[in-house]
Design a protein. Structure first.
Length: 255
């Protein structure tokens, strides 16, 4: 998992056949190993003393050069394609959630169309996950993610109506749904930790509630600033999902 860390970058001198790489947001040792046609073990040997679970943005690593290796390029393409698709789906998840909340609160005529588009997101996730985990898993994930979105709208309806009792009921259901999603993921991938996914999903729920609150209170400047945090958090969930798939199915990303 990536951590932000403010510190002076110290120049690394890497051995022949390698180069200095500065860690970017979303990088993990597993994704870097796949991208540069090597192994995590080799990267640890090249970079003694690093913590493989706590890379930070700007950190200097020694990585192997890739020279005329078409197979490696093909594998990089596979990783990048999956990475881009997962990130796209999580970004669409928060964007269409935001638009539906906004449309409902301000009674936009596009609301029904926005809801329909939002509910395509769980279907798209299921289509992404099905080749790795099969139909039963992907359908269970689709249903839970759909419930997550439906409950979110019910929460916003209750908040707008000042219905405290209904809000508390739906809020409890929402967090129970997050627990079920975290459990489904953890039960099907040994590299997807239940507590980590639960924490990620809880953060997502709190951000969405704050977003709705800002709209309801006409705090538009705060809402725009919050969306930057939501995008970063969605990227973190994307990276966690990608890392788990790559570690569980390394044969899909290696020759």
């Amino acid at each position: 998992m990536i951590y932000w860390k403010e510190e002076m970058i110290i120049l690394n001198v890497c051995p022949p056949g390698t180069f200095v790489y500065h860690v970017r947001f979303g990088d993990t040792l597993w994704s870097l190993a796949a991208r540069y046609h090597t192994t995590v073990e080799d990267l640890l040997n090249l970079n003694p003393g690093i913590d493989p679970d706590q890379l930070f943005v700007g950190q200097s690593l020694c990585l192997p050069l890739i020279i005329d290796d078409i197979d490696a390029i093909d594998e990089i393409d596979e990783v990048l394609d999956l990475n881009n698709l997962i990130r796209l789906l999580w970004q669409q998840h928060i964007i269409w959630t935001r638009l539906v909340i906004q449309d409902f609160i301000f009674a936009s005529p596009e609301l029904d169309f926005a809801i329909k588009r939002l509910l395509q997101n769980p279907v798209d996730f299921a289509n992404l996950l099905e080749p790795f985990y099969g139909t039963d898993f992907s359908e269970a994930f689709r249903q839970l993610l759909t419930d997550h979105l439906v409950i979110a709208l019910e929460l916003v309806k209750a908040a707008k109506a000042n219905d405290t009792q209904k809000f508390e009921v739906e809020n409890r259901r929402w967090f129970e749904n997050a627990d079920a999603l975290a459990r489904l993921l953890a039960d099907n991938n040994p590299f997807w930790d239940y507590n980590t996914w639960q924490e990620m999903l809880y953060q997502h729920l709190e951000l969405v509630k704050n977003e709705a609150t800002f709209f309801l209170n006409h705090q538009f400047e705060e809402g725009v600033a919050l969306f930057d945090d939501m995008q970063q958090q969605a990227m973190a969930m994307s990276d966690l999902m990608l890392e788990g798939i790559m570690r569980q199915f390394p044969e899909d990303f290696e020759e």
